[in-house]
Design a protein around this ligand. Sequence first.
Ligand code: PLP
Length: 389
Amino acid sequence: MIRFAERTSMMGTEGAFEVLARAKALEREGKEVYHLEIGEPDFDTPENIKKAALDALNKGYTHYTPSTGLFETRQAIANYISRTRGFDVKPEEVIVTAGAKPVIVYSILSLVEKGEEVIYPDPGYPIYNSAARMAEAKLVPLPLLEDKEFKFDLSDLEKRVTNKTRVIVINSPHNPTGGILTLDDFYGIRDIIGNKDIYIVADEIYSRIVYEGEFVSITKVKELRDRTIIIDGFSKTYAMTGWRLGYGVANPDIINMIAKYVTNSYSCPTAFVQIAGIEALEGNQSAVDYMVKEFKERRDIIVKGLNEIKGVSCKLPKGAFYVFPNIKSFGKSSNEIHNYLLNEHGIACLPGTSFGGFGEGYLRFSYATSKENIKKALLKLNEAFSKVR
Ligand SMILES: Cc1ncc(COP(=O)(O)O)c(C=O)c1O
């Protein structure tokens, strides 16, 4: 047995990748599997973006770039954030990264001292918890409540903020529930944290995938702007999960500290991919509009279908591409139901508990898959749930 360093035990993982591996193994055994587990758009990356990458390759964008990214890409991101968030952002406040994920991990490692507290949504994207554990922080999950459309209660937040709180993570639109936060929630956060030395890590990776109402960034609240690290990226909006391109926007000192982690790990994001990112942000956006319209239609199909299954109830998510149905009436744990669906009916989804303890009693389905697949999976789910013993 290899004796791994103690610190490796702090790292968490992402359930979606584990379930995907299990589902693929079942397929190799000849079983039919309905994939509703992984959170990635099934669309191809838009043609104009692929062409920009090929042109950049041919022009010689095949070398290292600064760890913060190419200046022109930082500039394009600064312009985009200024336009979409409504305040002036400079290139020095931007870091281009290999996906959004490094910004989550490196900002928490940069800011949180051992023993300080990190508040994060539960259920929530598992990397927040994992990054906080790696920082040896005290973990402070903040429950998101189904009867509040999967938002948190401000009184729950207030109870959790202490003199040791260092980071509050928010994620809107939210994975795994599709909930979105409003300006009132952000004013509530401002009032609760006052002038404490607390940073907000605002994961806005689903900012363009909103169906009802408008996306609002916490940076709309001026007093919180200087203390916020915005996280966004290209994976979800432009169907570019495999390209590994994301970014963070924050105070230049924080950007440079994150860049130090980048220098010490993957050095810089891929040069020609960064050029393609400029085309994504500044080129024709019709592919994004098309994908969002399609996701909305799929959402309506899956929510209606789930609510027609006896014992299942599902809220209508306002953004992202996940549903988080309540399955408490079956009297079994999320994990038991998840295993039963995968092993006996070939339906791959995630147990709510992959996103934290408050996810017990729920499942997460990703509807970033074709309508045909969703409809077939719903028929299968209907049959499967009628047989739960
Ligand atoms: C909430 C959230 N943040 C960040 C990410 C990571 O995105 P990226 O592919 O840009 O690293 C994901 C991916 O599933 C996500 O759901």
